[in-house]
Design a protein around this ligand. Structure first.
Ligand code: B12
Length: 316
């Protein structure tokens, strides 16, 4: 029997949606590859807002011309997967009080890649595919907003009107024609400026981008060497302040099972990390996004927090 080859995304869409839902995906859509706001990215790089994240500079030309790197790609299947929207109850000084929500469970790179791998089984027999989570040379947020999954908010986050911004974005490029019409999305930020007002370092820029060099998330996760001269406002890894104050995060989706906060982080006093060896660090943060900061980075962050606390600065 000759196997039928599809050429359009709509032909595989029922299967794609079915697999996605079964895997805990809460929103799914499709986008073309072009980023209609790639000029904003160029501007951001020109101003040095990427700080030491040079890989972003290197991929700028692919963002501008994705067809150069992916000549076969015609569409991107984009998924949203929710992580924990609240931190668990924990005693003062517990590690979990000082980790960004996205890092309380398993590493999202692996989890979303696993989900995309399953979705891929519906599309791959009909052409080429390429999965990526975060690490690709394209803007996940641009693809998600173009797929009708939300709008780009004043805090730069992709916000879905029904479930807010505590979601990861995963992307599957395919060689199938994109004939899935996106739902229309309105910008719902209105006159609200809560995120801009709450950011302790004024890292959020008026054009809905972030100055990484003064962003707490960047400093605690990506920056190597001595910390920039900014407050960490109680954060040891990542920062959620601009999301915590957002009214669109009042009715989040249920956390995907893989991102349920780990008990070990509630039970570990944050200052224990100062005495950790590499093997302790690798065990506690096995399959966790926190590994990105490395032991030296986490010890640097915890030491800075302890110092801030002794000067009476606030905890989250
Ligand atoms: C580098 C990076 C960072 C940097 C820089 C963040 C930033 N805002 O630029 C740092 C380390 C600071 C960081 C922090 C965080 N990050 Co980050 N990060 C990335 C990464 C790898 C690239 C982002 C990037 O290129 N930034 C440069 C800006 C200019 O580009 P952009 O954010 O893609 O924005 C585009 C859209 O806004 C687009 N656009 C499209 N339509 C429209 C419409 C309008 C009106 C406008 C203005 C713009 C616009 O234009 C921009 C340029 O193309 C992406 C993964 C990826 N490959 O996309 C994850 C990603 C953006 N991060 C993510 C997360 C979860 C976080 C944190 C919440 C983690 C934490 N708790 O600490 C914080 C949030 C900080 C914040 N408010 O943005 C998620 C965001 C999910 C979501 N719902 O939006 C992503 C998508 C990872 C993922 N796959 O899930 N991150």
């Amino acid at each position: 029997m000759i196997k039928q080859l599809f050429t359009r995304l709509s032909e595989v869409w029922p299967a794609v949606e079915r697999i996605a839902r079964a895997e805990g995906v809460v929103r799914i859509g499709a986008s073309d590859l072009d980023d209609t706001h790639s000029g904003l990215f160029d501007e951001w790089i020109e101003h040095g807002h990427h700080a030491t994240m040079r890989y972003l500079e290197k991929s700028a030309s692919i963002r501008r011309h994705p067809e150069g790197r992916f000549p076969w790609a015609k569409s991107a299947v984009v998924i949203l997967v929710p992580y924990a929207s609240t931190r668990p109850d924990a005693p003062p000084g517990a590690l979990s009080n000082h980790l960004a929500r996205y890092a309380l469970g398993d590493d999202y790179h692996e989890v979303l890649d696993g989900i995309l791998r399953k979705i891929e089984t519906a599309a791959a027999p009909h052409g080429k595919t390429w999965r990526y989570v975060d690490t690709g040379p394209l803007s996940d947020r641009s693809l998600a907003t173009q797929a009708g999954l939300g709008w780009i908010a004043k805090n730069a986050m992709l916000i879905n009107e029904e479930i807010g911004s505590y979601t990861f974005i995963g992307t599957l490029l395919t060689s199938l024609e994109n004939d899935i019409a996106p739902d229309p999305v309105a910008d719902r930020c209105g006159t609200c400026t809560r995120c801009l007002d709450a950011c302790p370092t004024d890292a959020i820029l008026p054009n809905r981008t972030v100055a990484s060099d003064i962003c707490i998330s960047y400093a605690t996760i990506e920056h190597r060497g001595p910390l920039p001269d900014i407050t960490l406002a109680g954060n040891a890894f990542g920062c959620d302040i601009c999301q915590e104050v957002c009214p669109w995060n009042n009715s989040p989706a249920a956390t995907h099972l893989s991102f349920a906060p780990r008990d070990e982080y509630r039970a570990t006093p944050i200052t224990d990390l100062l005495r950790y060896e590499q093997s302790d660090f690798s065990t506690l943060f096995r399959k966790s996004a926190v590994k990105r900061a490395r032991l030296a980075g986490m010890q640097r962050n915890v030491a800075a927090l302890t110092e801030e606390e002794s000067r009476g600065m606030l905890k989250p």
